[in-house]
Design a protein around this ligand. Structure first.
Ligand code: PLP
Length: 358
């Protein structure tokens, strides 16, 4: 079989080690003679998996004691609604740095007034504002940001320090870098990029912020319900949480988040170096200081060349590279589970494609 290097934006590559472990116990989990998918979520066997995943997240993110780790279904899109539904009183601030943050802000408009920050749209979402450029009304319920803009390939490097509670969509860079996760009051992330398969969304919420949540919210849409029931209010997505736990185990076995971060930086710089040395053959979408270590986005001189690039890349076993339909071009998503070797192969391909076609 041809060696394939997977640069899919999500669902995305998973660590081989986690997939192999799942395969080995697929039909007979822990000598139970049944799959983890076939047993009660109230069984001790499943509970062990569930609580191990929570405690691994707490430890890898170095979370304060008073922080809840919750599991929801419905993807990050449901969080766009749940955040304002639970926390928006009159007005909240949203920093628009891409399509996902726009979607989050539009959803919040159903529940109150939105004070929108930044002009990043005017530059095709190629930048991230400096935290000092932003001004807030201290009366607002929270400030919402998107730490990594999957479609445009931009990423916040330093985060706003303000009086408002900070809410962050970390769907495409959670656990990719060793940041202070306790600086956020609520973090949410769909698992299907850095943490596992689709089907589970991780929410990390501080108890002090959770206390502000509205109490008249339907139980399935209430953070308080899920905190009280430890995400077992109804049947959780057991298989996705089981896979999440295996991916977290893999991060631990690699040496933790700081080791993963150093590798991610190396992977990204291999590709950005080729772009920067290409004398305009490859044109990076993001401004240099805002470049993402997770999604490397670029264009070639014209559509025909981009089509040829994608076709030749696929023939060489490099898959998942077409840019998002809104921006076109090329996007290499290089989440935690994408090996350094895949980036080396892509960098070599980019180099030889340029030599062949310029
Ligand atoms: N937020 C970000 C940053 C994303 O990249 C995505 C999906 O790619 C979403 C939200 C939407 O996630 P979901 O499909 O889990 O609702």
């Amino acid at each position: 079989m041809k060696n394939v290097h997977n640069f899919s934006a999500g669902p995305a590559a998973l660590p081989r080690q986690a997939l192999e472990k799942a395969q080995a116990s697929f039909l007979n989990y822990d000598a139970s003679q049944v799959s983890i998918m076939e047993m009660s979520h109230r069984s001790k066997t499943y509970e062990n998996v569930h609580f191990q995943a929570i405690s691994r997240l707490k430890s890898l993110m170095n979370l304060d004691e008073d922080t809840h780790v919750l599991f929801f279904q419905g993807g990050a899109n449901l969080q766009f609604s749940m955040v304002p539904m639970n926390f928006l009183n009159n007005q909240s601030s949203y920093v628009l740095t891409g399509v996902w943050s726009e979607k989050a802000a539009n959803e919040a408009k159903r529940f109150g007034t939105i004070d929108v920050q930044t002009q990043a749209k005017e530059s095709g979402f190629s930048t991230i504002p400096s935290p000092d450029e932003l001004s807030y009304n201290d009366e607002n319920s929270y400030l919402h940001i998107t730490s990594n803009n999957t479609i445009y390939g931009t990423q916040w490097k330093t985060f706003p320090h303000q009086k408002l509670p900070l809410v962050c969509d970390m769907s495409s860079d959670i656990l990719s870098r060793d940041i202070d996760y306790n600086a956020f009051d609520l973090i949410y992330a769909g698992a299907q990029k850095n943490l596992g398969p689709a089907g589970v969304t991780i929410v990390v919420v501080k108890d002090s912020f959770l206390k502000n949540a509205h109490v008249d919210v339907s139980p399935m849409l209430s953070y308080q319900t899920f905190a009280k029931s430890q995400s077992m209010y109804n049947t959780p997505p057991v298989f996705s949480i089981y896979m999440l736990n295996l991916v977290l185990e893999w991060i631990e076995s690699e040496g933790g988040v700081s080791v993963i971060e150093a590798r991610n930086e190396k992977k990204a710089s291999l590709l950005y170096d080729i772009i920067d040395r290409s004398e305009g053959f490859y044109r990076g979408h993001a401004e240099k200081e805002a470049r993402s270590t997770m999604n490397v986005t670029f264009n070639l001189q014209n559509n025909d060349l981009e089509k040829m690039f994608l076709q030749e890349a696929e023939e060489a076993g490099l898959i998942g590279l077409p840019g998002h339909r809104l921006v076109g071009g090329i996007r290499a998503s290089i989440y935690n589970a994408v090996p350094l070797e895949s980036c080396e192969v892509l960098a070599a391909f980019m180099d030889s494609f340029k030599r062949k076609h310029s």
